[in-house]
Design a binder for this molecule. Structure first.
Ligand code: GLP
Length: 241
């Protein structure tokens, strides 16, 4: 694992953007796995600037997002499709057809999960997967549990995740209780993983993920088994590493 310890959120965002930009420059047709949450927002802003300055070209890039809330329409302000549109897709030269987010409104959610896994396989797999991490060590919406969910699945959100994500909604009651999420196998199959962490609230989760045992109780700990992980964090998030 390579670790970049950056001074603050902005430096973390720039470093993450440099790594994504290098991926796109070296392989313009890359399949990027993308994440939501507040952590990657600054990195997406940097990428938008680079794209608008003509330094990177998204025209051949394809994307697959990690997850989506069940029951939120793509136009809902808190859906992850909307998030991606607002933070990245709407500002760079990427074709919408080349961007993929699970459909949280699918009538048959199990079939939607299978479709999503097939789609990723048909695209040739993910070249670079961006991840954030929940305070409880979740990645995507793979919550702590007794086993690692392998494929894309319907995840029940834990109370701690519902509480953490309530800040984006008018009230806690409005936070969806379920999401569609790539599974651990899907994530581990990515050729390279870029994990972004920021803030002292993540320090314990980072330490548990990388100093503790590999266990589904701390889903991010499974990243210890991947051969090409780049961890980019600010000094607060990495303070216990
Ligand atoms: C959500 C997302 C995760 C994200 C996590 C952390 O639950 N499903 O992909 O990593 O939140 O979010 P934040 O970056 O806002 O701390």
């Amino acid at each position: 694992m390579r670790i970049y310890r950056e001074a603050d959120y902005q430096a973390m965002s720039r470093r993450g953007a440099d790594i994504l930009a290098a991926q796109i420059l070296l392989c313009p047709g890359s399949v990027l796995g993308l994440a939501t949450g507040s952590t990657p927002v600054g990195m997406y802003q940097e990428l938008v600037k680079e794209n608008q300055a003509g330094k990177i070209d998204f025209s051949k890039v394809q994307t697959v997002n990690l997850d989506e809330y069940v029951g939120l329409a793509p136009g809902h302000e808190q859906s992850y499709r909307y998030f991606m549109q607002r933070n990245l897709f709407g500002h760079v030269n990427i074709s919408l057809d080349a961007t993929h987010v699970p459909d949280g409104l699918a009538a048959d959610l199990a079939e939607e999960c299978r479709r999503y896994d097939r789609l990723i396989e048909d695209m040739g797999g993910v070249d670079l997967q961006v991840l954030g991490m929940g305070h409880n060590g979740h990645i995507g919406f793979n919550e702590p549990g007794d086993f690692f969910p392998l494929d894309t699945h319907v995840a029940d959100l834990t109370d701690s995740t519902i509480n953490a994500n309530a800040r984006f909604f008018d009230s806690r009651d409005q936070v969806p209780r379920q999401a569609l999420s790539m599974g651990i196998r899907t994530i581990l199959r990515a050729r390279r993983i870029l994990l972004l962490v920021s803030g002292k609230g993540k320090a314990d989760a980072v330490a548990a993920a990388f100093h503790g045992p590999v266990t589904p109780r701390v889903p991010a700990s499974v990243l210890q088994l991947h051969q090409d992980v780049i961890l980019v964090g600010d000094s607060e998030a990495l303070s216990r590493l």
